[in-house]
Design a protein around this ligand. Structure first.
Ligand SMILES: Cc1ncc(COP(=O)(O)O)c(C=O)c1O
Length: 409
C-alpha cells in the first residue's frame, strides 16, 4: 500500500534503529525505478492554465486554480504592493506580533461574503481544520465525519479529545443510523463534511446533513475548500448553492485554490470564532499568513465582484469536459463540479497512463490508495475559467488516443 503507515501497540518491543523504516521504505523507490513516479514535478514557469516542466509546455489539468486568478494582473499587482507596504513576512503569530490590519480587513470582508457574523484567518486551510476541530471537541463530545473527508479534517479529529465516528461517503441514511446508535453517548456533537469532495468532485448532500443536525441536536461544519469560487452566487460556496448558509454553523475554507494564494479560515457566529481565536493552537502558535497572500485574497474578492464572466467560463469549461469524457466512454464517477475524475482501476496502469499524458503535454495527477479504494485508482482532472477551447480540445484529443491505447475506453 502506497505511503501507508501502521502503528503497532503494546510491549514488548526490541530496541532498534529509529531510522530503519526509512531505509526499508520502498513504495516511492519502486515507482521511481519503474519510471512512472508522478510526484514533485518541478514547474519552471506557469501561466496558470499551462506550465513549463522538464523544458516543455503542458496543459495544466492537475491544479485547484479554478478561477485562474494566480495570474490575474490586478491580483498580482495587489500582492506586489502589499510587499512594499508591509514587507515580505509577519515573523510571528497573529496572537502576538504578526497581526496586520489587512488580516482584520480580510476577516470582515470574508464574513460578509459568506453571510456569517465573524471569521478567523489561519496560515493554511490544514491548520484551520486541525485547530478548529481539536479545540472545539472536548472529551465528552463526538465528531461524525464523512469517510472521504480531507486529510486535514482527519488530522483535526485525531487531535481532538473526543471520539470520531465515520459514516459512509455522502450517505445520509448511514449518518442517521450511526447517530441513532451513538449520539446519546456524548454531550456535544459535530457533523463534518467537505462541501465538494476533492477527489471525486461530487457535492455534499447539504439538505440531508441539515436535517440530521436538527434531528440529532448536532452542530454542522462544512469544509468549503473546493466549493469557494466554484459553487453558489459569485462562488460563495456550498451554503449559497443550496440557499442553506444559515443552517451551517461553521464554514471552513482555504485560499490555496480559487483564491490564488495560501491561507485558510473558519467563519461562524461571533462567540464561537472568538473562542477558536483564543484556543486553537495551530492559530496561536504558528506565524501569520504573509502580507502578499492576504492582499491576493482581498483582490480576488474584488475580481469575483467585478468580473462575473469568470464563473460563466469555469462552468462552461467544466460542463464541456464532463460531457466529452462521458461521450468518449470514460467513467467520471458522480462528479458534478470542475473536478472530474477519470476512473482507470489498476494502480500501475494509472501511473503509466499519467506518465503517457505527461509525455503528451498534459499535466494531471493520479489518485491511488489510500486516497482511492483498492482497484479504483483514478486520474484527477480539474478545469479552470482560464483554459481556452484550444487547451481543452488538446486534452480531449490526448485522452481519446490514450484511452484506446490503454483499453480504458
Ligand atoms: C477539502 C480540503 N480541505 C482542506 C485543505 C487544506 O487546505 P490548505 O491547502 O490551505 O492547507 C485542502 C487542501 O488540499 C482540501 O482539499
Amino acid at each position: 500500500m502506497l505511503f501507508h503507515v501502521t502503528h503497532r501497540k503494546g510491549p514488548p518491543f526490541m530496541s532498534m534503529d529509529l531510522f530503519e523504516k526509512c531505509r526499508t521504505f520502498e513504495d516511492a523507490k519502486f515507482l521511481l525505478n519503474a519510471g512512472v513516479y508522478p510526484f514533485f514535478r518541478p514547474i519552471e514557469s506557469s501561466t496558470g492554465a499551462t506550465v513549463i516542466t522538464h523544458g516543455a509546455r503542458r496543459v495544466m489539468i492537475g491544479s485547484n486554480n479554478y478561477l485562474g486568478l494566480t495570474h490575474h494582473p490586478r491580483v498580482k499587482e495587489a500582492a506586489k504592493k502589499a510587499i512594499d507596504h508591509y514587507g515580505t513576512g509577519c515573523t510571528g503569530s497573529r496572537f502576538l506580533n504578526g497581526n496586520l490590519s489587512s488580516h482584520e480587513e480580510l476577516e470582515e470582508r470574508l464574513a460578509k461574503f459568506l453571510g456569517k457574523e465573524a471569521c478567523l484567518v489561519f496560515s493554511t486551510g490544514f491548520l484551520a481544520n486541525q485547530g478548529a476541530l481539536s479545540c472545539l471537541i472536548g472529551r465528552n463530545d463526538a465528531i461524525f465525519s464523512d469517510r472521504e473527508n480531507h486529510a486535514s479534517i482527519i488530522e483535526g479529529t485525531r487531535l481532538a479529545l473526543g471520539d470520531t465516528i465515520r459514516y459512509a461517503h455522502n450517505d445520509v441514511d448511514s449518518l442517521d443510523r450511526v447517530l441513532d446508535e451513538k449520539r446519546s453517548q456524548y454531550e456535544g456533537a459535530l457533523i463534518v463534511a467537505d462541501g465538494v469532495f476533492s477527489m471525486s468532485g461530487d457535492i455534499v448532500d447539504l439538505p440531508g446533513l441539515v436535517r440530521m443536525a436538527s434531528k440529532h441536536n448536532c452542530k454542522l461544519y462544512i469544509d468549503d475548500a473546493h466549493s469557494l469560487g466554484v459553487l453558489g452566487e459569485r462562488g460563495r460556496g456550498t451554503g449559497a448553492h443550496f440557499k442553506l448558509t444559515d443552517e451551517i454553523d461553521l464554514i471552513m475554507g482555504t485560499f490555496s485554490k480559487s483564491f490564488a494564494s495560501i491561507g485558510g479560515f473558519i467563519a461562524g457566529d461571533t462567540d464561537t470564532i472568538h473562542y477558536i481565536k483564543h484556543k486553537a493552537r495551530t492559530f496561536m502558535f504558528s506565524a501569520a499568513m504573509p502580507p502578499a497572500a492576504v492582499a491576493t485574497v482581498l483582490e480576488c474578492l474584488n475580481v469575483a465582484q467585478d468580473e462575473p464572466e469568470i464563473f460563466v467560463n469555469l462552468w462552461k469549461n467544466a460542463r464541456k469536459m464532463k460531457r466529452e469524457f462521458t461521450a468518449m466512454g470514460y467513467n467520471t464517477m458522480n462528479s458534478q463540479t470542475p473536478i472530474i475524475p477519470v476512473m482507470i482501476g489498476d494502480e500501475m496502469k494509472t501511473f503509466a497512463f499519467t506518465k503517457a499524458l505527461y509525455e503528451s503535454g498534459v499535466f494531471a495527477t493520479p489518485v491511488v490508495k489510500p486516497a482511492a479504494p483498492e482497484g479504483q485508482a483514478l486520474i484527477r482532472t480539474s478545469y479552470m475559467a482560464t483554459h481556452t477551447d484550444q487547451d481543452l480540445d488538446y486534452v480531449l484529443e490526448v485522452f481519446r488516443k490514450l484511452g484506446k491505447a490503454f483499453e480504458v475506453i
